[in-house]
Design a protein around this ligand. Structure first.
Ligand SMILES: [Zn+2]
Length: 276
């Protein structure tokens, strides 16, 4: 995904984060049972490689490898694990969420890697949509950032399809930029992918105690950033190239502007953003 709205995210104080978490019935109820099912969603697959045109490291392969490692780590901890895909196949987003929603007492973790036309873009970001998903997002983000040499781009709220259409706590984690030479180098290292899996699993295990532990986590809520539209990956594949060029031009223009009217931001994001 490509965005330029990073600078618009506000830092929230510990108190505000804690009170926001108070809305989460999931966090309040604990939810640390090892009988929980974890639905692991390896982003992209098949003809959908993920990332941007011309990207050297294929996102779909990295997500599948991390997802498989995550499955092993969680299964060893006693979790029941369901994979939305376990091979290099295309699975429609609707199928992914249907799998998630067919499991009771489950949580959903979608694994992705990021991309940007600017090679310098870097860092980890974690997305959630429903308030019941914030504790899980904060916990996973905390551990992945803690275990990775990459920086934090924050916990963010956005209406990605797999987050909006899931009725269980759902998180999408972007494990660094494959378009950044340094982070692409990390991602191509098997022991680093294992580390990512272990940190995501640590976040899953500790999600119930997130409110007291993650006071420095940066959170973008619907009050600090407009809710952003998603694009179905099945609709953008063919026109990706022209869209990407257009948005790159807009990005350079965008830097000179200071206006940040919500409608304008939404329009910009709609033109440049893709699903995961
Ligand atoms: Zn992706």
């Amino acid at each position: 995904m490509m965005r330029k709205n990073f600078g618009r995210i506000s830092l929230l104080g510990a108190g505000l984060l804690t009170s926001f978490l108070g809305y989460s019935s999931y966090a309040a109820s604990g939810g640390n049972s090892s009988s929980t099912t974890v639905v692991i969603d390896a982003g992209h697959g098949g003809y959908d490689r993920g990332g941007i045109p011309g990207q050297r490291v294929s996102e779909k392969d990295m997500t599948l490898d991390v997802a498989r490692r995550l499955k092993s780590v969680l299964a060893a901890s006693g979790y029941r694990v369901v994979m939305t895909r376990d091979s290099d196949v295309f699975v429609p987003l609707g199928t992914r969420t249907a799998i998630a929603n067919s499991n009771r007492n489950a949580i959903f973790v979608s694994v992705h890697f990021n991309s940007a036309t600017r090679g310098g873009a870097s860092g980890i970001e974690t997305y959630f949509y429903s308030r019941d998903s914030l504790a899980l997002a904060s916990a996973i983000h905390h551990y992945v950032v803690g275990g990775a040499p990459s920086g934090s781009r924050g916990v963010r709220r956005r209406g990605y399809y797999v987050l909006r259409k899931t009725s269980i706590p759902a998180v999408l984690v972007e494990c660094g930029f494959l378009t950044n030479p340094t982070e692409a180098g990390y991602a191509q290292n098997a022991s680093y992918r294992q580390k990512l899996a272990e940190e995501i699993a640590a976040g899953v295990r500790s999600r119930g105690s997130v409110a007291s532990s993650f006071t420095t986590t940066r959170v973008a809520t619907d009050e600090t950033i407009p809710l952003q539209p998603y694009m179905d990956q099945t609709r953008v594949t063919k026109s990706k190239k022209s869209r990407s060029k257009r948005s790159a031009k807009k990005s350079s223009r965008r830097k000179k502007k200071t206006s940040s009217k919500p409608a304008e931001i939404e329009a910009r994001v709609a033109s440049s953003d893709r699903e995961g």
